[in-house]
Structure formats: C-alpha cells, structure tokens
Design a protein. Structure first.
Length: 113
C-alpha cells in the first residue's frame, strides 16, 4: 500500500492534540483557592486567565512553514507567561507557609513538557 501526498497533508482536526494542556493546573488551582486569601486568589486568577488565552491561541495556530516565526513567537511569549505565573505562585507560597503550594509549582512545570 502506497501513501499518497494528499493523504499526508489532509488534516483531521479531531486527531490534533493540544500542545499546551492546562487541565492539571486548573485542578490544582481549584483545590488551592479555598486556602488562599481573596487578594491572592485574584492575583492567581488574573495571570492564569492571561496564560489560558495565550495557550488557546497557540493551540489554535497551526504549525506550518509559512507561519513558523509567528508560532515560535507565540511559544516564547507563552513560556514567559508560564515563568511569570510560577514566580507569582512562589511568592504566594512564601507568604503562606502553612499552605502547601508545591502541587501548583509541579503542575506549572508540566505545562510545556
């Protein structure tokens, strides 16, 4: 059986995997939110919303030879936002020694893997 070129370039959107998956972070944030102050919850929520928008944008952008530079730029911006999110989470963890923020830090580390 030979493979035809048009079969290779045919894109089945149902089989496209998400490059950036934030499910684990969402689950950890929901669990952690009840243990944090309203100010800390708001700070985490604001940066998470920005991160989620960037992730959705990157997930919807196809990686092709024609938009390679645009895709790489989105990927770099997302990596910066992930680093910023981790710094905010670490700051909150330092302020709240009695709250275990380690699962959030671990979930953030797995975003771009």
């Amino acid at each position: 059986m030979s493979i035809r070129f048009r079969d290779l370039i045919k894109e089945d959107t149902s089989m496209v995997s998400r490059r950036v998956d934030l499910t684990r972070v969402e689950v950890v944030l929901e669990d952690l939110a009840s243990k944090l102050s309203e100010k800390e919850q708001k700070k985490l929520a604001e940066i998470y919303v920005e991160l989620k928008e960037l992730a959705e944008s990157l997930n919807m952008t196809p990686y092709t030879i024609f938009n390679h530079d645009h895709w790489k730029l989105l990927n770099m911006i997302l990596a910066g936002k992930v680093a910023e999110f981790k710094l905010v989470a670490e700051d909150i963890a330092e302020e709240n020694k009695d709250v275990d923020c380690w699962p959030l830090a671990k979930a953030i580390d797995t975003i771009l893997i």
